[in-house]
Design a protein around this ligand. Structure first.
Ligand SMILES: NC(=O)c1ccc[n+]([C@@H]2O[C@H](COP(=O)([O-])OP(=O)(O)OC[C@H]3O[C@@H](n4cnc5c(N)ncnc54)[C@H](OP(=O)(O)O)[C@@H]3O)[C@@H](O)[C@H]2O)c1
Length: 388
């Protein structure tokens, strides 16, 4: 086990509530031992710096935490205890069939990170086709990688310099595309990508909100500049993102035309669309013109939708660079980013009943690989409940 992994485990082994006392003992003990070690380091090295103080306290905390966990269970300390369960992928060509449940090193909290004990994780059905699942920011192979980018859980460790969140806090949010994700017992994530999860919101609900909620919010209000009274064509309106688009646009005072498969009609109307276009039977051109198209498909439907945008209107797409642009309007394709203020607004709307999440299957981490490989149609967000 690499030395760097030891830092991560600070507090990471404890239940958030039941073991608060243990965390306190760890902290006090590691502070006392760390201070003693620092004095020794100063004697030997003559170095006196904050970085040394941080390192020595951190080091002692790791040892305390390690001993506590193992001796508590009456076990002899062993190196495997620094590992966690995570789903990994190594071969892009294998798709979901290449997913495996494996033992992986617990993550390390880098500067401004937190480590979160994941309670629930969100998986997007086609994320194994996304390039950053496989490569890092320098386009280097980063396999084995752990998929999943949405999470709800409890903070167990803070990186150097991290502010704004604390150990034991419930959080939810969206993780970086090019780092190991949330289909794991622990994940390291930049604190700014998370927001507090209110105590009355279940972890499963929390994990289902970040991707669709933020994508719909940013597409409609930041990139689409939606105003009350405008018309919106929401493609795939019964889907995970589309159902959020439909609800948020309607709540903002827009006239919403939702599209989907024949069987999606009632679901789309229930999410608040004033009209439904059955893409399997109706003609898209019968919609007339609209101010904003929210495209989740691209391809032929995306192209035909772009033609419906009236002068000054906007095509917002999350399906990659658009193949067609509105004749007299704007086209914006974007990738969602995490945003604490928006997450807070989205979860507040869920709490007071103004917004409904669209959860499909809820799986366990142990069963997820087999379940995700089933071929039948999945409706709604897939959530992996990592801790029961
Ligand atoms: N750029 C970004 O930031 C960003 C963010 C989030 C998501 N995305 C991407 O957006 C896409 C949508 O994600 P999602 O989670 O919302 O997926 P989803 O839940 O499957 O939503 C798509 C919806 O459209 C329906 N649909 C698909 N093809 C159709 C067709 N030909 N005619 C009528 N209805 C059709 C689907 O029905 P069926 O289930 O029957 O196919 C589903 O109801 C994914 O590719 C995802 O990777 C991008």
């Amino acid at each position: 086990m690499a030395k760097s992994n030891r830092h991560v485990s600070r507090g990471g082994h404890f239940q958030a509530k039941g073991d608060q006392r243990s965390i306190l003992i760890m902290r006090v003990g590691s502070f006392v031992c760390g201070s003693a070690l620092l004095i020794v380091v100063r004697q030997v090295d003559g170095i006196d710096s904050i970085a040394n103080a941080h390192w020595t306290i951190d080091f002692c905390y790791s040892i305390f935490a390690h001993l506590h966990r193992n001796f508590k269970d009456g076990e002899i300390p062993h190196i495997e205890s620094w590992t966690m369960k995570a789903i990994v992928v190594t071969e892009q060509a294998a798709g979901k069939a290449g997913m495996k449940l494996a033992a992986r090193p617990e993550p390390h909290a880098a500067i401004n990170d937190v480590v979160v004990q994941v309670h629930a994780s969100g998986f997007t059905w086609d994320e194994l086709t996304w390039p950053p699942t496989w490569t890092d920011r320098l386009n280097r192979d980063r396999t084995p990688s752990t998929p999943g980018h949405e999470l709800a859980g409890v903070v167990t460790a803070l990186g150097y310099g991290t502010t704004g969140l604390s150990v034991g806090q419930r959080v939810f949010g969206l993780t970086d595309w090019t780092r190991d994700g949330t289909l794991a017992e622990y994940v390291a994530v930049e604190a700014r990508n998370l927001a507090p999860l209110p105590g009355d919101v279940d972890f499963t609900v929390g994990a289902s909100l970040p991707m669709p909620g933020l994508t719909a919010w940013q597409g409609l209000f930041e990139h689409g500049r939606l105003r009350a009274g405008q018309s919106v064509l929401a493609l795939g309106a019964a889907g995970v993102v589309g159902s959020m688009v439909t609800q948020l646009a309607r709540a903002a005072g827009a006239y919403v035309i939702g599209t989907g498969r024949t069987s999606d009609r009632q679901a789309v109307l229930d999410f608040g669309a004033q009209e439904f276009i059955d893409l399997e039977n109706d003609a898209l051109k019968d919609v007339g013109t609209v101010d904003l198209v929210f495209d989740v498909f691209g391809g032929d439907i995306g192209k035909r939708s772009a033609a419906l945008i009236r002068a000054g209107g906007i095509l917002v797409t999350i399906a990659g660079p658009p193949e067609a642009r509105p004749a007299n309007g704007l086209a914006v394709d974007f990738v969602v980013e995490s945003d604490r203020a928006q997450l807070t607004e989205i979860v507040q709307r869920v709490r007071d009943g103004r917004l409904r999440t669209n959860i499909g299957a809820v799986l366990t981490l142990d069963d997820a690989v087999a379940d995700l490989n089933r071929t039948e149609r999945r409706i709604g967000k897939t959530i992996i409940r990592v801790r029961p």
